[in-house]
Design a protein around this ligand. Structure first.
Ligand SMILES: *[C@@H]1O[C@H](CO)[C@@H](O)[C@H](O)[C@H]1NC(C)=O
Ligand SMILES: *[C@@H]1O[C@H](CO)[C@@H](O)[C@H](O)[C@H]1NC(C)=O
Ligand SMILES: [Ca+2]
Length: 301
């Protein structure tokens, strides 16, 4: 609970998550560190060299109306016949069938198509806006990075606040949050509807009624994130005298601060720590670190 009433500034945080803030160090210094410090963990090295843009290099680009390969997370490839970028993954599933993978979409308002992971399930097509699974991508990022999106589209990523705004302002959408603990247990929470405002209005969050098995950690547990603007470590829009983004190592719709931090620091399960600023969903797993998290959206019924 102490993370909900922050009393320490960023400079006083425990050492472990602060390593992620080395992203701020100039690339040349980072490179030297990466070369010299051969004992540094693989995940940390990956974090240090990850830049602030979505990485699509390892995914075949699907151009409008041309055949292309779609690489799925299971490593299989499918040949996809002609299709045009959809407004979301629902359009893609209508066009190519229930084949999960990376596709191009272009929601209303977006100036160009962009890649996204589409999860095609029995409950329809889901457009994945965020995924955490191994800590390979740092989520300690600037306002500009959260605006544009970052990470690897077939791994960990944030699709970008502008893109989430474009998507959720086309028609009413719902949000589904899938959670997995270290022991493999899973649960989910849905908010219906789900919408965020534009950058001018600081991507203010609007959540409807919660449902599902993981409970509600964003509206009625300790803090109310509903109606809050987005905050990052360089833009503090929260209701706390200090910076929730700093103390939680995340960009998020903090109030003062949150009981559900899905963009926090990725702790491995056996890591000794207080899990300060970790990935957690209090209504299901208290402060214990989560193993995988997916945030995905779908047009509401
Ligand atoms: C793709 O094909 C569809 C159907 O033939 C057509 O309406 C659309 O304009 C094409 N898009 C592009 C970018 O060529
Ligand atoms: C958005 O956040 C900025 C920076 O904190 C602030 O100056 C501005 O007033 C906010 N905009 C709105 C519409 O509240
Ligand atoms: Ca503040």
């Amino acid at each position: 609970m102490d993370r909900l009433t922050i009393t320490a500034d960023y400079a006083e945080q425990p050492a472990k998550p602060k390593q992620g803030s080395n992203l701020l160090v100039p690339l040349i210094v980072v490179s030297i560190i990466a070369i010299i410090a051969t004992s540094v963990s693989i995940s940390l090295t990956v974090m240090l060299v990850t830049n602030d843009h979505l990485q699509n290099d390892d995914v075949n680009e699907c151009q409008p109306n041309s055949s292309c390969q779609v690489n799925t997370m299971s490593g299989k490839s499918f040949s996809i016949p002609d299709y045009t970028p959809g407004l979301d993954c629902g359009d893609i599933m209508d066009a190519v069938g229930p084949i999960s993978g990376v596709y191009k979409i272009q929601p209303k308002g977006a100036s160009a198509p962009f890649n996204v992971y589409c999860e095609m399930t029995d409950s329809g097509a889901w457009t994945v806006i965020q995924r955490r699974q191994d800590g390979s991508v740092s989520f300690i990022r600037t306002w500009a990075a959260y605006k544009a999106g970052f990470g690897n589209i077939d791994g960990e990523y944030w699709i970008g606040n502008d893109n989430i705004h474009y998507l959720t302002n086309q028609v009413p959408y719902k949000l589904r949050i899938d959670l997995e603990k270290g022991d493999g247990l899973t649960a989910y929470t849905e908010y219906n509807p789900f919408m965020i405002e534009d950058e001018y209005n600081n991507y203010t969050l609007h959540l409807g009624k919660p449902s599902g098995t993981a409970g509600d950690s964003l509206i009625q547990t300790f803090a109310n994130n509903n109606g809050q603007p987005f905050s990052t470590y360089d833009v503090d829009n929260d209701q706390n005298p200090y910076s929730c983004a700093n103390s939680n190592y995340a960009g998020w719709w903090f109030e003062s601060c949150t009981a559900g931090n899905l963009n926090g620091f990725y702790y491995t399960i056996n890591e000794e720590s207080s899990y300060q600023g970790g990935l957690y969903w209090y209504s299901w797993n208290l402060n214990e670190p989560l193993k995988t998290v997916t945030m995905k959206i779908q047009a509401a019924d």
